[in-house]
Design a protein around this ligand. Structure first.
Ligand SMILES: Nc1ncnc2c1ncn2[C@@H]1O[C@H](COP(=O)(O)OP(=O)(O)OP(=O)(O)O)[C@@H](O)[C@H]1O
Length: 379
């Protein structure tokens, strides 16, 4: 899984009951004809937050950005920015700017002219423009390339010009639609960190749309996971990963194993889930789910241990057969087919060069995990 890169200690205004949201979507619905792209959606974003909208293609992410930028109006509901209802305010009068992909740069203009373009249009005095462009070039580390044309730059450098151009006007909110979509994997990762630095240094509020969950996990303070125009969960990357509130979110972010079953018994300290095959899983607690409820026990691959013998101390251990092994260098991913037919994915770090319990295809194997290693999902 991606590193949770942007964890900023002490930055959590969403936990402060007195903090006022900076951007607020209030019961926003957007229809195109009889198609509902955004459905009664409410969402709060705080000043200086790096907020990501994550969801599959067509879930309404871009429509939300476009409504905030003023290119579309909600069919119903309100969008507030710093307490002001944005309805009817044209895009150029909103303190919001959209960063477009680097291919939207002017090919015949140098880097510095590209950055200066919007400022000139605004009628900013020449001396101020020069100062601001110099500042921007420094910020995105492109000073040596000021005179070059876009085609004389690498993809990552072009992306930085696009970024400099979109922050040159000092918008309060920057909207980024798949900002790193055009870059290869390595460059993407580097640029992610640059983007985070820039956002923090300038104290901007970023709203980024992506369908790349690792990217959202790495960069964002909080993530909203959308499905069919509705918010499924809003939380920090860690919470989304470790404490998803639904099967949908658990499946959407990272790899997960789901054990479907019924809550057999539940008290304050432990609960049991019985699967269709009769196998029982002991868990810490079943949350809100009452005895008899249909639930899923969701557990991440790295929280499952694979071994050739049943670990003596294990509360939960299920037997099966090694079905597939993928050696990834830093870790090994096992697929174990349990005796009831379910295939479980378990990943183990290769901390030592030589495994003390080597397993291979078709070996009998046990998977085991702690009662608190997963989470019970009722939705
Ligand atoms: N102008 C429009 N007219 C009709 N339907 C539209 C219009 N704009 C968007 N839609 C529809 O609304 C839905 C949401 O579109 P949106 O662009 O917000 O999706 P998205 O989540 O950003 O997807 P992607 O990741 O593919 O860009 C889609 O089903 C799309 O076809």
């Amino acid at each position: 899984m991606a590193s949770l890169g942007s964890i900023r200690r002490d930055f959590a205004p969403w936990n402060d009951p007195n903090a006022k949201p900076y951007i607020r979507f209030e019961n926003v619905t957007k229809r195109f004809g009889d198609f509902t792209a955004v459905n009664d959606l409410s969402l709060s974003i705080f000043e200086r937050e790096f907020f990501a909208l994550l969801g599959a293609s067509g879930c309404g992410k871009s429509t939300l950005l476009r409504m905030l930028a003023g290119f579309e109006e909600p069919t119903s509901g309100r969008i507030l920015l710093d307490g002001q209802d944005l309805r009817g305010i044209p895009p150029y009068r909103r303190p919001v700017n959209m960063m477009f992909q680097s291919y939207a740069l002017f090919p015949h203009m140098s880097v510095e002219k590209n950055i200066a373009f919007g400022l000139k249009q605004e009628g900013m005095p020449k001396a101020d423009i020069e100062k601001r462009v110099a500042e921007m070039l420094k910020l995105v580390k492109l000073e040596p390339f000021a005179k070059r044309k876009p085609h004389q730059l690498s993809g990552g450098q072009r992306q930085r010009v696009a970024l400099a151009r979109s922050v040159a006007k000092r918008p309060k909110v920057l909207l980024l639609d798949e900002p790193l979509g055009a870059l290869d994997k390595k460059l993407r990762e580097e640029t992610q960190f640059e983007l985070m630095d820039l956002q923090q240094n300038l104290g901007l509020t970023f709203l980024v749309v992506t369908h790349d969950q690792e990217e959202a996990m790495t960069m964002a303070d909080r993530i909203a996971i959308l499905d069919k125009g509705e918010v499924m969960q809003v939380a920090t990357p860690t919470e989304v990963y470790e404490a998803p509130t639904s099967r949908f979110v658990a499946n959407f972010v990272g790899n997960v194993n789901m054990f479907e079953g019924k809550v057999a018994a539940s008290d304050a300290t432990t609960a049991r889930i019985t699967g269709a095959s009769g196998a029982q899983i002991v868990i810490d607690n079943a949350g809100e789910a009452a005895a008899g409820a249909d639930v899923a026990f969701a557990i991440r691959p790295e929280k499952i241990k694979v071994s050739s013998k049943r670990p003596a101390e294990a509360v939960n251990a299920l037997e099966g057969e090694v079905y597939d092994i993928a050696y990834l260098g830093d870790m090994t991913v096992y697929h174990v087919k349990l005796d009831d037919g379910q295939v479980v994915r378990a990943s183990m770090l290769n901390a030592a060069r030589i495994m003390d319990d080597p397993l291979t295809w078709n070996d009998r194997a046990w998977i085991s995990f702690r009662p608190d290693a997963g989470i019970v999902l009722a939705r």
